[in-house]
Design a protein around this ligand. Structure first.
Ligand SMILES: NC(=O)C1=CN([C@@H]2O[C@H](COP(=O)(O)OP(=O)(O)OC[C@H]3O[C@@H](n4cnc5c(N)ncnc54)[C@H](OP(=O)(O)O)[C@@H]3O)[C@@H](O)[C@H]2O)C=CC1
Ligand SMILES: CC(=O)[C@](C)(O)C(=O)O
Ligand SMILES: [Mg+2]
Ligand SMILES: [Mg+2]
Length: 335
């Protein structure tokens, strides 16, 4: 059984008296920085001049400065910038401000594991990776709960990296739910795999394909939207609460029989083979190289795919239907 760490195992004192700079104020940055601040830690935000999030972070009661100034001022530097640009910002603006004994912190192992950032040996390097989108890292913390997380130690120059990582995970709220210790390699490879074949990529393709099949068969797009997208949260909530068992218990016998017999024909051996290929590309660095190059071309492919995704009929009909449900909090706002 893997060792789990909870609040009782972590001491915020390991970070007391240290300035924690959170570079970036996006999905993870805005959440983790506020949680760390609310946990009583000394937090500053590092952003670029002109960032649209600069005023937001100040409105949230946080001190904001440039990345370079924050790196100079901090003892602990957490890099919550987009993975594909961390390396260029690190070497240009963060590394010059690093001192022996500082700590570098990541929430995804991509840049360390794929050799995009190679820190000097005289700093600690650890990871605190919430297993959750950033906005729910903040929402659950405010509710007095938390999301599970991972910690990993890559370099322990001071001998304090492990207790600092646990303190950091506690400050973010992850030790409320449970923290597992892993490695940068394991977190990177499993996280990339999960987001590509299941959580994000797999689910989005499942939704769009099932929607398209219904609409092509002549059913109303609104009906197809409710059936293939809107209700999915309700089903997944049951799985989240009580595993597949609770979902199968709650749905009808009709759905349970149909789901158990037809599901494996949809996500089938061909799907499994595609998953093996995705994992192989993650493990051998092909995906990493492709994504770093994507960042260096100012996201040419990602920008085009986002445009096509927004034009998909399921998104068009969905925006119309969600506008009639104001409680859904549909805006793309930071909480
Ligand atoms: N999103 C998630 O839920 C999760 C993310 N992670 C990891 O967290 C890290 C951050 O990801 P995420 O929060 O999604 O990132 P976002 O894209 O949401 O936010 C990026 C932040 O970086 C800032 N930024 C972008 N470019 C620069 C630059 N050149 N100089 C300074 N600041 C810049 C942006 O501000 P602006 O553009 O306004 O200047 C923004 O504040 C990644 O390593 C990711 O893998 C891990 C778990 C989950
Ligand atoms: C939210 C999360 O854990 C992801 C999918 O890995 C990510 O946003 O990178
Ligand atoms: Mg993830
Ligand atoms: Mg990820």
């Amino acid at each position: 059984m893997v060792e789990m760490f909870y609040d009782k195992d972590a001491d915020l004192g390991a970070l007391k008296g240290k300035t924690v700079a959170v570079m970036g104020y996006g999905s993870q940055g805005h959440a983790q920085a506020q949680n760390l601040h609310d946990s009583g830690l000394d937090v500053v935000i590092g952003l670029r001049e002109g960032s649209r999030r600069w005023a937001q972070a100040e409105n949230d009661g946080l001190k904001v400065m440039t990345v370079a100034d924050a790196a100079k001022a901090a003892d602990v530097i957490q890099i919550l910038l987009p993975d594909e640009i961390q390396s260029q910002v690190y070497y240009a603006e963060i590394e010059p401000g690093l001192e022996a004994g500082n700590a570098l912190v990541f929430s995804h192992g991509f840049n360390i594991h794929y050799n995009q950032i190679v820190p000097s040996k005289d700093v600690d390097v650890y990871m605190v990776a919430p297993k959750s989108p950033g906005h729910l890292v903040r929402r659950t913390y405010n509710e007095g709960a938390g999301v599970p997380g991972l910690i990993a130690i890559y370099q322990d120059a001071t001998g304090n990296a492990h207790e600092m990582a646990l303190a950091h995970a506690k400050g973010v709220g992850c030790t409320r739910a449970g923290v597992i210790e892993t490695t940068f390699r394991e977190e990177t490879e499993t996280d990339l795999f999960g987001e590509q074949v299941d959580l994000c990529g797999g689910v989005a393709s499942l939704i769009k394909t099932s929607f398209e099949v219904l609409v092509e068969a002549g059913y109303q797009p609104e009906m197809a939207y409710f059936e293939t997208l809107h209700e999915l949260k309700l089903i997944v909530d049951l799985i989240h609460e009580g595993g597949l068992e609770k979902m199968w218990y709650s749905v009808s016998n009709t759905a349970e029989y149909g789901g158990l017999t037809v599901g494996p024909q949809v996500i089938n051996e061909e799907s499994r083979e595609a998953m093996y290929i995705a994992l192989e590309r993650i493990q051998n660095g092909e995906f990493a190289r492709e994504f770093v190059l994507e960042g260096q071309t100012n996201h040419a492919v990602l920008t085009s795919m986002e445009r096509l995704e927004n034009e998909h009929p399921v998104e068009v009909v969905g925006k119309k239907l969600r506008a009639m449900m104001p409680w859904l909090n549909s805006e793309l706002n930071e909480e």
